[in-house]
Design a protein around this ligand. Structure first.
Ligand code: NAD
Ligand code: IPM
Ligand code: MN
Length: 363
């Protein structure tokens, strides 16, 4: 079997806790499916600032560049929140996405039937919800010029939002292709009634839509989309949107599934290389307690297997194992109705790893 190189950058807070469970699952799939991984760990985020004086050390970037895929936990925390931009963990995250050319961020939000009562929304509203947010990841206001200056009324801060047509076209084409493999419905989300970048975005969608005649396109203004996601979540299939709107809407979509601890993600460029991480952050409020939900990270491994390696059977087995474990009533605190019964991070990881064998046989 071909050995695949995995760069592991666990990061801060609950990052290392959830990544450990994902690796546990990967090791079990090595035995069950004859896969072989080589893990190389790199310092990243706050821990890298503390130890190396920068959130994204050159060595970590090299580890990622020579890997076939990256598994990332999360970065950030109160310790570094007042640092200057260069010494912020989040700057490292933006840097790694940009350096690796990962312009496309896929964030599936699927409601497991047995978790309908974990959401704050009514079960009948959630019924059948299975959507994916395709978020542009290396452009927009995150990456535009930023500066401070002295204005007539005191200090001013400026963030610029820039998109060129090439950036818009490549992400929109990816979203059309994702839609073609799903229910063939694309909601393009923008603020074209106000923003020039959004008008370019909408024009681009309309210009290339004829190349995908089987996909039904709907334009939705972002404020309305935020509302419709709670009103009629099951009517969405693929949502494509710019960087910041996608960040916000995907956390909102997470709550449809019951918890942000359930939302996985894949960050891709043009090739098969990808970076896989949960949508959630380092959760400083629960870090170190061993109670974080590892499912978002474990489901990110399933995305890695399918999208980077073409290990479809192993990916299916991971998803089935997660479903079985949840169906049997196992819960971490974030999705539990009875907190007293909640499992720890490692208990949940063990259950999923142990369910893999049965889930594999079922295939
Ligand atoms: P967060 O996602 O870390 O946490 C939001 C809430 O969700 C918290 O109450 C947290 O306890 C809970 N939560 C998150 N993940 C969970 C899990 N797996 N299991 C159970 N509960 C979970 O968002 P935040 O609090 O706004 O940000 C905290 C830090 O994380 C900040 O420094 C932020 O910049 C950073 N952040 C990093 C990433 C990333 O690395 N990709 C993503 C988002 C936020
Ligand atoms: C995410 C996070 C990051 C983002 C932050 C930590 C820079 O919220 O991955 O969703 O905004 O992209
Ligand atoms: Mn976010």
């Amino acid at each position: 079997t071909e050995v695949k190189k995995i760069a592991v950058i666990a990061g801060d807070g609950i990052g290392p806790e959830v990544v450990a469970e994902a690796i546990k699952v990967m090791k079990r799939t090595e035995e069950l499916f004859g896969l072989k991984f080589e893990f190389e760990h790199g310092l990243f985020g706050g821990v890298a600032i503390d130890e190396k004086g920068t959130p994204l050390p050159q060595e970590t970037l090299e580890i990622c560049k020579r890997a076939d895929a990256v598994l990332l936990g999360a970065v950030g925390g109160p310790k570094w929140d007042n640092n200057s931009k260069e010494l912020r963990p989040e700057t490292g995250l933006l840097g790694i996405r940009k350096e690796l050319g990962l312009f496309s961020n896929l964030r599936p939000a699927v409601v497991f039937d047995c978790l309908k009562d974990a959401s704050t929304l009514k079960p009948e509203v959630l019924e059948g919800t299975d959507l994916i947010v395709v978020r542009e990841l290396t452009g927009g206001i995150y990456f535009g010029e930023k500066f401070r200056r002295e204005g007539a009324y005191g200090e001013e801060a400026v963030d610029t939002c820039v998109y060129n047509v090439t950036e818009v076209e490549r992400i929109v084409r990816q979203a059309f292709e994702v839609a073609q493999k799903r229910r063939k419905k694309l909601a393009s989300v923008d603020k074209a009634n106000v923003l020039e970048t959004s008008r370019l975005w909408r024009e681009t969608v309309n210009r290339i839509a004829p190349d995908y005649p089987d996909v039904e396109v709907e334009h939705v203004l972002v404020d309305n989309c935020a509302m419709q996601l709670l009103r009629r979540p099951s009517s969405f299939d693929v949502i494509v949107t710019e960087n910041m709107f996608g960040d916000i809407l995907s956390d909102e979509a997470a709550m449809l599934t019951g918890s942000i601890g359930m939302l996985s993600s894949a960050s891709l460029g043009e090739g098969s290389f990808g970076l896989y991480e949960p949508v959630h952050g380092s959760a400083p409020d629960i870090a170190g307690q061993g109670v974080a939900n590892p499912i978002a990270t474990i489901l990110s491994v399933a995305l890695m297997y399918r999208l980077t390696f073409g290990y479809g059977e192993a990916a299916d087995a991971i998803e089935r194992a997660v479903k079985q474990v949840l169906d049997a009533g196992n819960r971490t605190g974030d999705i539990a109705t009875d907190r007293a019964q909640a499992l720890s991070t490692t208990e949940m990881g063990d259950l999923i790893a142990n369910a893999l064998e049965g889930a594999a046989v079922q295939a």
